[in-house]
Design a protein around this ligand. Structure first.
Ligand code: ZN
Length: 441
């Protein structure tokens, strides 16, 4: 039986509420690519799944990159002459440009102005800005807040530190029957942003929790890492695990109300690309398949030419294409419990295809075996028939040891679970034999 069936035992509404409240718990934390925010995030995840936390020292080389100094922040504000905080980090952690160097000074509005960032088109929203690899400081505020600033002197304070420390990431390995691995990766470095960051973290955490309770064919490796530098660091340190990756998914932007998007791996026609496309094609929700491009999330690193791993990216709305992206409007109102639950279900369905995508050999290949004698034939006019008979006939016909169940599902244009259930039934009835993993096709 597939993962999907097990997911279905808990009502989707309950799973959705749990995923949402997990995102709510993580929302206030001020995360960055290093520092206490990401550590705190990983320890919240650890309450659900036993991830290992890895600390890599500042200055460590990773391919063409170097682990930066660790950033931590306690407070930040812009104070007007009457002592009132007109911009306050304590109210929203997006107010500080992430990785700002410390500053404490009094300055005029014109001196301050080059350090202020707004979105004039959305005057209520605060933008999310970073300056990881260039020493700088700044504040992000709503355009309305900026317009309210008068020409006077402001006390500006960013109580941050940039010091030798570590880059921190989380890793969770679930052994299966095979050493071959499925990689599930999500970024954990964005501060209070819900869809871009927390939705992926929540879905990945719950997916890992479910998988760890199952008997699995593949081994699974979950990464909770800072974007870009985290993936580069992990790839640089884990040659053996990299060589065992057979399929992979980057999970992000999975809580909004948009339809699903799957971005193919660089190779484009790998099993994960086909499994994701197949599952999305048979959903009632709208979905779209995107060709690979060297932008987006950490699929950029996994699909860099030296690795060229079969790793795609599953999203609902696409990064940069929704107005709320990287703004304070990507908040807890922007994500929905039912959308998170459906995203988890879709991830489960994709992994279900990978887990069950075997090849079989028809043991009775000379004409059709007599299914009616075995109780496996239903008259085609029966209202109870939801394609089961058609699935059995397709599986029998194409199970020549060369076609996988996904090949058959694609060719028959039937949902994968129908095909895999048919194969299981025919196997139980002695009509199919399994081609073992690793056998030549
Ligand atoms: Zn982002």
């Amino acid at each position: 039986m597939g993962l999907l069936n097990e997911f279905d035992q808990t009502p989707a509404a309950d799973i959705g509420r749990e995923l949402y409240s997990f995102a709510e718990e993580l929302f206030p934390i001020c995360r960055s690519i290093t520092g206490s925010g990401i550590r705190q995030t990983l320890s919240v995840i650890q309450e659900r799944i036993p991830i290992e936390t890895v600390e890599v020292p500042t200055g460590t080389a990773a391919f063409d990159w170097t682990i930066p100094t660790e950033w931590n922040i306690r407070d930040a504000y812009i104070k007007s002459p009457n002592g009132k905080r007109v911009v306050d980090f304590q109210k929203n952690n997006l107010h500080v440009v992430n990785y700002s160097v410390p500053v404490h000074a009094t300055m005029s509005l014109s001196e301050l102005r080059p350090h202020l960032f707004t979105i004039p088109d959305h005057p209520e929203w605060i933008p999310y800005r970073t300056s990881y690899y260039q020493e700088n400081w700044g504040f992000c505020l709503s355009h309305n807040q900026l317009l309210a600033l008068t020409d006077s002197n402001y006390e500006v304070r960013i109580d941050s530190t940039l010091a030798n420390g570590h880059l921190t990431y989380g890793e969770f390995y679930i052994p299966g029957e095979l050493a071959d691995e499925v990689l599930i990766s999500c970024h954990a470095c964005h501060p209070s942003l819900a869809n871009d960051n927390l939705s992926g973290l929540a879905v990945a955490t719950f997916l890992a929790g479910r998988l760890s309770q199952r008997r699995l064919r593949y081994s699974y490796r979950f990464l909770f890492i800072p974007g870009t530098i985290g993936a580069i660091t992990w790839l640089a340190r884990n040659g053996k695990a990299v060589s065992q990756i057979r399929h992979g998914l980057v999970l992000t932007c999975l809580g909004d109300s948009g339809g699903f998007h799957y971005k193919k791996s660089r190779r484009g026609k790998t099993e994960i690309d086909r499994a994701a496309a197949h599952v999305l094609r048979h959903l009632s929700e709208s979905s779209e398949i995107l060709e690979f491009s060297p932008d987006g999330y950490d699929e950029r690193q996994y699909c860099s030419p030296g690795f060229n791993l079969p790793v795609g990216c599953l999203m609902r709305s696409v990064w940069g294409k929704f107005p709320e992206y990287h703004t304070s409007a990507d908040n807890l109102d922007f994500i929905r419990p039912d959308k998170l639950a459906e995203s988890l279900r879709v991830c489960g369905a994709i992994l279900d295809v990978l887990e069950n995508n075997r090849r079989y050999c028809n043991q009775s290949p000379f004409c059709e075996p007599q299914l009616g004698r075995r109780g496996l034939y239903r008259s085609t006019g029966s209202p109870a028939d939801g394609g089961e008979l058609s699935a059995r006939l397709w599986v029998l016909n194409l199970s020549d040891g060369n076609h996988s169940l996904l090949d058959i599902a694609e060719r028959a244009d039937l949902p994968f679970p129908l095909i895999s259930d048919a194969a299981e039934l025919l196997h139980q009835n002695g009509l199919l034999s399994v081609v073992p993993d690793g056998a030549a096709g």
